[in-house]
Design a protein. Structure first.
Length: 277
C-alpha cells in the first residue's frame, strides 16, 4: 500500500485550502469588527468521550493566521479523552483566534470522529481480526481519513487503484473469474491480489491459484463460515458488506482475518469540540 505521509508540508497545504475556502474573498468580516489587541486564553474542550485526533491541523490553522498564537497541546494525539477534558489551550489575539475557530474545529471533529468510530469497532472484535477501511472516502481527503483510521487502531486497505489488484463482482461480471485471477498473477509485479466472491462456487473455481486474499462479500453467516474453512489454509480471508456494530462481533467469530467497513470513513459522526474563553 502507498505510504500515508502526514508531513508538515501536507498539513500546511491542506489547511491553507480550508482557510481559503472560509476566508475568500474578504476575510472574516465579523471578527474584523474586533479592533483591539486584547490577548485571550481559550480552552479547547471535548464535549464527549472520543479518540482525540487532528491536533496538528488545528495548531497549523491558528499559526497560519497569526504566528504569535500559542497552541499548547494537553492530550496526546490518538488517546481517549472524556467529556469536558481540555485537549489544548490557545493564547493570542482575540480576533485571530476567532478567525480560525471553525476551520480548526472542523478538522478535529472529522478526524476524531473517524478515529473514534474505528476504535469502537476494534474493541468489539478479537485482536487477531483486523478492522479495515475502504476507498469510500471524501475526494481529496483520503490521506487524512486513512490516517484517522490508523489512529483508532484500524488497518488501512489499499490506498488507491494502483496499490493492489482487487477483482470485484463487476470485474467478474465483465469477464471470467479464473481468467482475471490468472492475468493478475501474471502481471502482479510484487502487488497483492484480492478476489471478491459472492458464492462458494466462485471460490471453488479459483482454489489453488496463487493469490493473496479472498474477500467474502455480503454472505450470510453459515456460508461465510464455510468459505473461510475452505480458504483459511491457503489464503488470507476478509469479509465485507453492510457491517455494523450489531453484526461485526458475530462476523469476527467465524475466524475471518479482516473485516472491511466503508462506514469508518463515509459515515463517521463528527466529535463535538468547543472553544471556551
Amino acid at each position: 500500500m502507498s505510504q500515508i505521509k502526514l508531513s508538515n508540508h501536507y498539513i500546511k497545504n491542506i489547511v491553507k485550502l480550508a482557510l481559503n475556502e472560509d476566508l475568500y474573498p474578504s476575510g472574516d468580516i465579523t471578527s474584523n469588527l474586533v479592533k483591539n489587541s486584547k490577548i485571550i486564553k481559550i480552552k479547547l474542550i471535548s464535549n464527549q468521550r472520543a479518540v482525540v485526533a487532528g491536533l496538528e491541523f488545528a495548531k497549523k490553522t491558528f499559526k497560519l493566521i497569526d504566528s504569535k498564537i500559542k497552541f499548547d497541546i494537553k492530550k496526546k494525539e490518538g488517546t481517549l479523552v472524556k467529556k469536558n477534558d481540555v485537549v489544548a489551550t490557545i493564547k493570542g489575539k482575540a480576533e485571530s483566534i476567532l478567525v480560525g475557530e471553525r476551520v480548526a474545529l472542523n478538522f478535529m471533529s472529522h478526524i476524531s470522529g473517524i478515529a473514534t468510530r474505528t476504535n469502537q469497532f476494534v474493541k468489539l472484535v478479537n485482536r487477531k481480526c483486523k478492522i479495515c477501511c475502504t476507498r469510500k472516502t471524501i475526494p481529496t481527503l483520503r490521506v487524512i481519513q486513512k490516517y484517522a483510521v490508523k489512529l483508532g487502531g484500524g488497518t488501512n486497505h489499499r490506498f488507491n487503484l494502483s496499490d493492489e489488484f482487487l477483482i470485484k463482482d463487476n470485474h467478474i461480471a465483465s469477464s471470467d473469474i479464473k481468467t482475471l485471477v490468472s492475468l493478475a498473477i501474471k502481471n502482479k509485479k510484487g502487488r497483492k491480489i484480492t478476489v471478491e466472491v459472492d458464492n462458494l462456487n466462485q471460490l471453488k473455481q479459483i482454489m489453488g491459484l496463487k493469490f493473496n486474499t479472498v474477500l467474502f462479500d455480503n454472505m450470510n453467516h453459515k456460508t461465510l463460515k464455510a468459505g473461510i474453512k475452505m480458504a483459511k489454509k491457503n489464503y488470507e480471508t476478509e469479509a465485507s458488506g453492510n457491517i455494523n456494530f450489531k453484526t461485526v462481533k458475530k462476523i469476527a467469530s467465524t475466524g475471518v482475518d479482516r473485516i472491511s467497513i466503508g462506514s469508518l470513513t463515509h459515515s463517521a459522526p463528527a466529535i463535538d469540540f468547543k472553544l471556551e474563553i
